[in-house]
Design a protein around this ligand. Sequence first.
Ligand code: SF4
Length: 252
Amino acid sequence: MSNKQPTGFVLYQGPSMLDGAPIVAIATGFARRSSNAKTGDMVQTYIIRADVAPTEAAKTGQDVSVCGDCKQRPANGGACYVTLMHGPLSVFKGHQRGIYPVAQDAESIAALGDGRMVRLGTYGDPAAVPAWVWQSLVSRAVGRTGYTHQWRNEALPVAHRDALRALVMASADNLEEAQEARAKGMRYFRIRLATEPLQAREFVCPASEEAGKRTDCASCGACNGTQREAQASPVIVVHGSKARRFEAQRAT
Ligand code: SF4
């Protein structure tokens, strides 16, 4: 029998909270610590279709099960920053090969996050997974970051939305969405163009290019949902080819 430590664990397998299709949530970053420059060393979590490769699901639109109606999906011509060929596809293939043991209950999930920084939704929207899974994973963690584009999705149960609100930030793709999120009592993470100014109770993400990449998410941890409504919200300037798509989408 191999004594090799698993690189990841299945946190959840079952119906998507968004559309009922089969999905799986997998946490990675155990045998090897993650080396993502922006996030630093964090437990990463992938929310993917259980039955369709993420690259394929993005083409067919079946990624709606894990991303909901997010306008940054490739099917919507969006500027999603996740490279599906890397993390999401390799995690899907690993799951197909059966390399990830299943964390059997809330206690086993809590043990995975114990003493670590945790990123909820490295790929996929945390809203697709029952909130108790995330609540367990972060219960003994040092901190967390996470984002949801589903904060306006009224088809989701109110209790689920309330639980998510405490755990993750509302993703805001423009000022109007940011203002709406704040009016609903949520902190947000706003994407802006370089020409758009900072607003009151906002700060520049310290891991951004414009802030000189002076820290990473593991050290910052500010994107941890709404504990206190008065807390400021981070903003980031969209860069490079994503900026062109983002601008084009804004124009439409
Ligand atoms: S504000 Fe902090 S936690 Fe949020 S994305 Fe920037 S560095 Fe990461």
